[in-house]
Each structure stands twice: as structure tokens, then as C-alpha cells.
Design a protein around this ligand. Structure first.
Ligand code: BG6
Length: 802
């Protein structure tokens, strides 16, 4: 009998362990109850603090003090104590309680909160030391154990470094307690400045101590994206991919303009202000591979980074930009600029993003935001493809069943006709499951959203609406790092946006009147990786004295350059002319010989041409076209620097050329790059001789470098300018130095050679080369003289009108 307790069934042991764990947890929680948190709000009298942060802190107090935590709130600023105290008191007076709280209870809570809140001036190193002493004295006096300290930086970024240094040197809590510093954007202006700021902050704080706020991550509909995807895995698993998603729109429209904020806005503009952060964060939540455990911050952040890695680089043509008409005038007034000043800062932008992974390849993600638009609304809309055909007439379609009605899922961030955060799922998709903190909602009768009546959706809204900052303050308190921007995340985002920002730096935005008057002026379309406005810019909206000339105002100029035909026009028109000429040549060659051999240069000038050929030339005989490279850099073909990569990104992936007709240069053999012994140049020459009759290409497209180089034949090149060799290895003055190139003798065998020259940077060389004779050693381009073929120069006005 005595032995019985030791013969417990294994299940009973398990139960005992569970009971002990629960008890232990209880003890730990009880211990946590004694812990104290100090919250220091820097910039306590500023706008953000007034509008959101104090209210958020009060909410935190209501939520957590009830659970036994003790708090002290230190409002801090540079303002002198008396004045600061008064300003802060005014804000605290206006704090509100949740709607369902009795007024007497509310007054009591507010009173207690006020007693825990103090203003202090934080200016000098001594002020920070005094703050530390006060916190320690308070803890000791009340016999409290310190849980941690939160420093909320609601200050401009130029103040970060000083504050960070002071906190690090005199305000760190003792061992066992945590430090959390909360930072508000902007986190830099581009990749470089973000990196600098991150390095600076990194010298004071550990990564886990920093909480960079993107307040969109605290918006209820945004915070619901991952939990929703998780809870509805079963229904979404088969739908959440390129086979079923037609496109994704991530939109934030505003009616307000930038008046009163132009000193900030003029430096940032809409892409830095909204797209780089808020909309990109939403994009990653929609696009990321769903972690098994969506509450694991580590997994969420890792999956987010994978999205950044798969983003296709943006080109200038991936974006359109606009500016509301009175913006420049506001800048002139607020920043005391002269009357002649016209800002190029965009206040509206739409960008087409592609994600090159198996799930999303080919699905357009459209990010769009603007000030002075017709309505205020934000949402992420996933529009599904409709591949069904319904046989019965429309009147028999039932919303819940008909596969022919639109199918969409919308995370409605706020405002708009709905007026609140919501999740909408078309009834013909599936009935979603949401947590109990969301309830089914009804909208005003007759309301239509995204082309369907509200009744066609399962529609849910939060039981209790909460402000984003208050949600995030709670996440900071609970150490939920997945709602914040890590350094890696931040730099990945800037890495993605910076090249586009640079390429748009001098682009004149389309002007729009603002509000409802915008009409269709900002409507845009997209195809094959490019976005464009649907309508031509009306002339009266062009800034400056008198209307600016449009490309169509100019005739395509035909003349001679170096005694060969010259085609000259504004760049857009020039490219379309060249593309038409290439297509015509291709069609003729295929008609006569059954195939067309085209040799293409790399670099930036032909990118627009490739895009034009890919998007607007449906009659191009790609199936009979052989594509050759004029030159190549000695890097692996998968390297972004490789000319072949440019061809792949802008042309090959959009057209159907048979694989065996594509002839990259063999720069990578035997696991090494352009080694003489591997005879890559000879291999390519043999391939050309074998496939191209008389080694005479039907068309060779060349460019002209600012030093007079063409293909990868540089001034004074010891090879390739004459002699027997068809393909040569050469050396470039700029990196990567090693190159492979067609030789001048081979180029000159072509039936047609087109030289494309674009941009102001080419003005000098264009003028110079027009005067020189045949001197390929000095200017290799001057050696381009097809023996029996034709040479045509294509120059845009920027390059030619010197
Ligand atoms: C801020 C931008 O981050 O977000 C503002 O700086 C913008 O320009 C604001 O107006 C929009 O936020 P919300 O919460 O009003 O949608």
C-alpha cells in the first residue's frame, strides 16, 4: 500500500508538472506585480505628444496599472520647468477615458495618472544624472523593484545623438531591469544617412533596446494582417499566390496638404514620408511567407527581410510623381524662397513593385499615396483573379456563391466611406475567422466599396477602436519587437528605395489642382514593369513662364552626323523611333533569311529601348530572333553588373525568344572569369561564325561613352580595334575592368549598325566626335564604319543640341 504513491500513472506525473508550472508562473507573475516602470517622454510638450502620446500613456496606465504594475511618467523637454509644467498640465487635462468607463471612475483614474506624471527640464548632462538619481530614490523610498525604463524620443532626429549619449552614460537602469528607447521617423533620408544614424545609435544602444516606430504597424487593420492570414490559413493557402492574385494595391490617400510643414516636406516628399515606411511595411506583411508561429518576433522579422531580398529593383519608369499646384507657392512663403523657385518635391507618387519569388512573380503590387487628393482613406486590397465563367444570367448570381462576382480581400486601414478600420472579404471567397476583438459590422445602407455593395462582403471591425500609438505603446511595454523596425529592416527598405529616389531627383512632377478637381489627371496605368499617367499633361499646368515644350512639339529631326544618317528627337520619341526601325529590320530579315541576328549593348541607355521593345512591339518576330551580346563585363551572368542581367531584366523575361537563340558571352568558364586560357573570346567567335552567315549581324546596337569608347573597346585598347580577331578581351578604365567585346572588324561586317547616344553627359563627346576623322585609337567610336552595311546615329536632343 505504501508503495502506491510511487506507482503513479505517467499521465498523473504530467498533471503534477503542469500544476507546479502554473503555480510557478503564478509566483513569477506575482513577483512581476511588484515591478516598477519609469516612462520618460522626451518632447513632452510637442505636437505628437499632445495629440497621441499622452493619451496612449494614459491608456497604458489604465490597462496595466489595473494588473498591478506601478508606473511613473516623466514628461521632459528643453522648456524651462514652470512653462513646461503648464503646457503639460493643459494636455493632461484633456485626456479622455474609454467610452464605457463611468465618469466618476474616469475622474479617479485621471487624478491618479496626474499624480504619477511630472514635468522636468532635460537639457544638460547634469539634468540626466539628476533624473537617474530621482528614479533610484523613488524606487528605494517606495521599496519597488525596477522592471525597466522606457525613453520615448518624440524629438527631431538631430537631437537623437545628444540624448542617446546622456541616457547611455547616466540613465541606464541597474542589472536585471531593461532599457527601451523608442524612436520616431524620419530614420534618415536615404540609405547612406540611415546607415550613419543607425551606426551612431548603435554605439549607445543594443539592437534589442531600440524600438523604431512606424505607426502604421499599430493601426488595427495592419496589425491584423498576419493574425488574419494565420487564422485563415486553410482558406488562404491555395489562394495567396501568383496563380490567384491579380494585383495588390496598397494605398494611402490624404486630403490635407503640406502647408505648415514644408520645411520638413520639402526635404522628404511623399516617397520618403509614406512609401518608404508605412506602405512598404504593409507590403511586407501581405507578401511575406507566413511563419509557422506568427507571434515569434524573430520569425516575422526574418520573413520580412526575405521579402526585401526578393524585391525587383525599381527603375525610373516604375514610378509616376505629382505635386499639388499650390505647393511651390507654400514653400516659397514658408521657406522664404525667391519668386522664381519651383520645387520638384513630389506630393503624390504611385510605384509599381514586383517581387521576384515563386509566390509573387508577375503580380503587380501598386503603392500609392498623395496629399491634396479627393478623399482620406488607407487600405491594402488584394484582388483575386476571376477565372470562372457563369452560365446562368446575372440575375441568378448569388453574392455568396457566384464565382463571377469580384473576389477581393481588403484590410481597410481607416477613414474613407466606411470611416473605420475593417477587414472585408468577398462572400464568394470564404467566410473568414477573426478574433473576438473583432465583430461583424454593418455599414450605412447602400454603401458600395471597391465596386461591390457592402453586403457582398463579410465585413468586420474592431470591437474597440484604438489609436495606433496607444497600440504600439502597449507593444513596447510588453517587449513585442515584431511591431517595430529593426536596423536591418530599415536599411533593407532604404536600399530598395534609394536608387529610385536618386533617379527621380530631377524629374518634374505632374502638377494637379488638388481635391475633387484632380478629375482623372492622376489616373495611371501599368504594363510590363512601367507605370504611366493615363492622360497627357495639359499644358496650362506646366510651371514656369509660358508652357514648356512637349516632345510632340518637335519633329523628329533627320540630318547627317559624321556623314551618316542621324535621327534626333526627345528621348521618348527617339526610343520609339529606334524600336520601330529595329522591328522593321527584323521583319525584313526574317522574311528574307528566316532569322534575324541582333547584337545588343549593355549599360543604361538601351534600358528604355528594351522596355519599349518588350511592351509595345507585338509584331516583333522574337521566335526567329537570335540575341547576341556586343560586350560583357567579366562577372558571373547572374551579377547585377552583367550586361546579360540587364537584358534579362528588361527584355528577355517579357518576350518569348527560344532559349537556344540566346547567346550570352562566355565570360565565366571553369569557375573563373575571362581567363585567357579558357579561350572564351574564341569560343564566342566560333559560335558567331557557325550561326551568323559571313559573321555579318543583321543589326548591331552600339552606344558611345563619354571618352569615345564603344562596345568595350576603349581608347588605346591594344586589342579589338583592328586585326583578325572577332571577339577580344579588353580592359576598361572603370570597374569591373576586365571585359569581353566584339571587335571593330566584326562590328564593321554588320549589315546595319545603330549608335544610340542619350543624355547631357554625352554633349561634349558628341560635339568632339562630330569633328574628328578616323582615329579609333583615340576614339574607338570613330572606327565604326560598316564595310557594306549602313550606319545610323540615334541621338536625343539632350546629347545633340550642344
Ligand atoms: C505620417 C506622415 O507618418 O503619416 C504624414 O509624416 C501623414 O505626412 C501621416 O499625414 C498619415 O498618418 P495617418 O495616421 O493620419 O494615416
Amino acid at each position: 500500500m505504501l508503495a502506491e504513491p510511487f506507482n503513479w500513472h505517467p499521465g498523473m506525473w504530467k498533471m503534477l508538472i503542469v500544476v507546479m508550472c502554473v503555480a510557478l508562473l503564478g509566483c513569477l507573475q506575482a513577483q512581476e506585480l511588484q515591478e516598477h516602470v519609469s516612462i520618460i517622454l522626451l518632447g513632452a510638450t510637442g505636437d505628437l505628444a499632445k495629440k497621441y502620446l499622452w493619451q496612449g500613456l494614459f491608456q497604458l496606465y489604465l490597462d496595466e496599472a489595473g494588473r498591478g504594475h506601478s508606473f511613473s511618467f516623466h514628461g521632459a523637454a528643453l522648456t524651462a520647468p514652470k512653462q513646461g509644467q503648464e503646457l503639460m498640465a493643459k494636455t493632461l487635462e484633456s485626456l479622455s477615458c474609454p467610452k464605457d468607463m463611468a465618469p466618476s471612475h474616469c475622474a479617479e483614474e485621471k487624478d491618479q495618472f496626474l499624480q504619477l506624471s511630472r514635468y522636468r527640464q532635460l537639457k544638460t548632462a547634469e539634468d540626466y544624472q539628476a533624473l537617474n538619481k530621482d528614479i533610484e530614490a523613488q524606487l528605494q523610498h517606495a521599496g519597488l523593484r525596477e522592471a525597466g525604463r522606457i525613453f520615448y524620443f518624440s524629438v527631431p532626429p538631430f537631437a537623437y545623438a545628444d540624448i542617446a549619449r546622456n541616457i547611455n552614460s547616466s540613465c541606464r537602469p541597474g542589472p536585471g531591469a531593461w532599457l527601451r528607447v523608442v524612436l520616431e521617423k524620419p530614420f534618415g533620408h536615404d540609405h547612406f544617412s540611415a546607415q550613419q544614424l543607425a551606426t551612431e545609435l548603435g554605439s549607445f544602444f543594443q539592437e534589442e533596446e531600440m524600438y523604431r516606430v512606424d505607426h502604421y504597424l499599430g493601426k488595427q487593420a495592419v496589425a491584423q494582417i498576419l493574425p488574419f492570414r494565420d487564422q485563415n490559413r486553410k482558406a488562404l493557402d491555395s489562394l495567396w499566390n501568383r496563380h490567384h492574385v491579380e494585383r495588390v494595391e496598397i494605398i494611402m490617400k490624404e486630403t490635407v496638404d503640406a502647408e505648415g510643414r514644408t520645411s520638413f516636406y520639402e526635404e522628404y516628399g511623399v516617397i520618403r514620408d509614406v512609401l518608404q515606411n508605412h506602405l512598404t511595411e504593409v507590403l511586407t506583411l501581405v507578401a511575406m511567407e507566413l511563419p509557422l508561429n506568427v507571434s515569434s518576433a524573430e520569425a516575422v522579422l526574418r520573413h520580412k527581410l526575405q521579402v526585401f531580398q526578393a524585391l525587383r529593383g525599381l527603375q525610373r519608369g516604375s514610378a509616376i510623381v505629382g505635386q499639388y499646384q499650390s505647393y511651390s507657392e507654400q514653400v516659397r512663403r514658408e521657406l522664404q524662397k525667391p519668386d522664381s523657385f519651383h520645387s520638384l518635391t513630389p506630393t503624390f507618387a504611385a510605384v509599381l513593385v514586383h517581387i521576384d519569388n515563386l509566390r509573387w512573380e508577375g503580380v503587380p503590387f501598386i503603392l500609392m499615396s498623395g496629399k491634396a487628393l479627393d478623399e482620406r482613406v488607407g487600405y491594402a486590397r488584394i484582388l483575386f483573379k476571376n477565372q470562372a465563367c457563369c452560365v446562368q444570367s446575372e440575375k441568378h448570381w448569388a453574392a455568396a456563391q457566384s464565382q463571377c462576382l469580384p473576389r477581393q480581400l481588403i484590410f481597410h486601414i481607416g477613414h474613407g466611406d466606411l470611416g473605420s478600420p475593417a477587414v472585408l472579404v468577398s462572400r464568394n471567397l470564404f467566410r473568414p475567422s477573426l478574433p473576438s476583438s473583432w465583430k461583424e459590422m454593418e455599414g450605412p445602407p447602400g454603401l458600395r466599396l471597391f465596386g461591390s455593395p457592402l453586403s457582398d462582403y463579410y465585413a468586420y471591425s474592431p470591437v474597440q477602436e484604438r489609436d495606433a500609438h496607444s497600440v504600439l505603446l502597449s507593444h513596447i511595454f510588453h517587449g513585442r519587437k515584431d511591431s517595430f523596425i529593426t536596423t536591418e529592416n530599415l536599411l533593407a527598405s532604404w536600399g530598395f528605395w534609394t536608387p529610385l529616389l536618386e533617379s527621380l531627383a530631377h524629374k518634374a512632377p505632374r502638377l494637379y489642382p488638388g481635391g475633387a478637381e484632380n478629375g482623372r489627371l492622376l489616373d495611371f496605368e501599368f504594363s510590363s514593369g512601367r507605370l504611366f499617367f493615363s492622360q497627357q499633361q495639359p499644358e496650362q499646368l506646366v510651371p514656369g513662364p509660358g508652357p514648356a515644350p512637349m516632345p510632340s512639339d518637335f519633329q523628329v529631326l533627320r540630318a547627317k552626323y559624321r556623314e551618316s544618317p542621324l535621327v534626333s528627337a526627345w528621348s521618348e520619341e527617339l526610343i520609339s523611333k529606334l524600336a520601330n526601325d529595329i522591328e522593321a529590320t527584323a521583319v525584313r530579315a526574317v522574311r528574307r533569311f528566316g532569322q534575324f541576328h541582333l547584337a545588343l549593348s549593355g549599360g543604361s541607355s538601351p534600358v528604355a529601348l528594351f522596355q519599349q521593345l518588350a511592351t509595345a512591339h507585338y509584331g516583333f518576330p522574337w521566335a526567329h530572333t537570335h540575341l547576341w551580346l556586343v560586350d560583357e563585363r567579366c562577372v558571373p551572368l547572374s551579377d547585377p553588373e552583367s550586361n546579360f542581367q540587364g537584358l534579362q531584366a528588361h527584355l528577355l523575361q517579357h518576350v518569348r525568344v527560344p532559349y537556344y537563340n540566346i547567346h550570352p558571352m562566355p565570360v565565366h568558364l571553369q569557375q573563373r572569369l575571362c581567363a585567357e586560357e579558357d579561350q572564351g573570346a574564341q569560343i564566342y567567335a566560333r559560335e558567331i561564325s557557325a550561326l551568323v552567315a559571313n559573321s555579318s549581324f543583321d543589326l548591331v546596337l552600339l552606344g558611345m561613352g563619354a571618352d569615345g569608347h564603344t562596345a568595350s573597346l576603349f581608347p588605346q585598347s591594344p586589342t579589338g580595334l583592328d586585326g583578325e580577331q572577332l571577339v577580344v578581351l579588353t580592359t576598361s578604365p572603370s570597374q569591373p575592368h576586365r571585359r569581353m567585346s566584339l571587335s571593330l572588324p566584326l562590328i564593321n561586317r554588320a549589315k546595319k549598325v545603330a549608335v544610340l547616344v542619350m543624355g547631357r553627359m554625352k554633349r561634349e563627346i558628341t560635339a568632339l566626335v562630330s569633328r574628328v576623322g578616323y582615329e579609333p585609337k583615340k576614339w574607338p567610336i570613330s572606327g565604326v564604319l560598316p564595310h557594306s552595311g549602313q550606319l545610323v546615329w540615334y541621338m536625343d536632343y539632350d546629347a545633340f543640341l550642344a
